[in-house]
Write a protein that binds this ligand. Structure first.
Ligand code: 6PG
Length: 243
């Protein structure tokens, strides 16, 4: 694993740098393999990045969009990660509808939703039984508690290592989430972290020793490249040696 840590002076420069990296990785994936499979993070931090990507002249027919996690709400619910990405980006570009792969969260229970999404990955990537897909880019955020995707501290999802997708749990609310082994297969995992509220979790995530059960983002050790893109407010107290 190659780990790159960049601390940008402002949220604007963080988004600008993140855009440059994501565009370069998308174009490299398309040049090398004819298409790019990218999984999106939810929450609020990536929204300006998605808005910036929507303004780019990309070969949309060669880009397939997945989600690394989803709240267990209907797609029109204000908390939906799918809704956020469609509103900020996907509704603004001529990407084929079949290139958008949302996690289904209605008419099925959470476990069935997780299995269905896993089956969609199996079919899209033409996987053998038990094989995990290699996505080109997985975008992630972290919570103040050190979670990522919907891998929350002290939850059963942290122990799932034989599946690609599982049911997460946030304060009793079900989530659908990539498992950490799936995330770790990606060619590029890009964390986008902004705000002073993330400092404490970052310190534990970057510490030489800490309990991944408490700080699940520590589980993300991809075989590919690991990018930590931070704004100054988030990255201010990181020991320079970890950068
Ligand atoms: C979600 C995300 C989650 C998010 C972090 C950070 O569904 O909420 O996938 O893992 O990335 O909670 O969220 P903010 O960017 O809003 O701080």
């Amino acid at each position: 694993m190659e780990k790159i840590v960049e601390v940008l002076p402002s949220l604007e420069s963080l988004i600008e740098r993140s855009l440059a990296i994501v565009l370069e990785r998308i174009n490299t994936a398309i040049a090398e393999r004819g298409m790019c499979a990218i999984a999106l993070a939810g929450g609020s931090t990536p929204k300006p990045l998605y808005e910036a990507i929507s303004k780019q002249p990309l070969p949309w027919d060669k880009i397939h969009v997945f989600w690394g996690d989803e709240r267990y709400v209907p797609p029109e619910h204000p908390d939906s990660n799918q809704l956020m990405a469609r509103t900020a980006w996907l509704n603004k570009v001529p990407i084929p509808a079949t290139n958008i792969h949302p996690i289904r969260t209605s008419e099925v229970d959470p476990a069935a939703a997780a299995s269905q999404y896993e089956q969609e990955l199996v079919e899209f990537f033409q996987l053998s039984p038990g094989e995990l897909p290699v996505l080109d880019i997985i975008l992630l955020g972290i919570g103040d508690d050190g979670h990522t995707a919907s891998l929350f501290p002290h939850t059963a999802a942290l122990k799932v290592s034989d599946r690609a997708v599982t049911v997460g749990n946030k304060d009793g609310q079900p989530r659908i989430t990539f498992t950490y082994p799936l995330i770790n297969k990606a060619r590029d995992v890009i964390f986008l972290v902004a705000g002073a509220s993330k400092r404490s979790a970052l310190t534990q995530i970057f510490a030489p020793v800490a309990d991944a059960n408490n700080y699940p983002s520590r589980l993300i050790q991809p075989q590919g490249k690991l990018w930590w893109l931070l704004d100054g407010a988030a990255g201010q107290e990181l020991p320079s040696k970890s950068a």
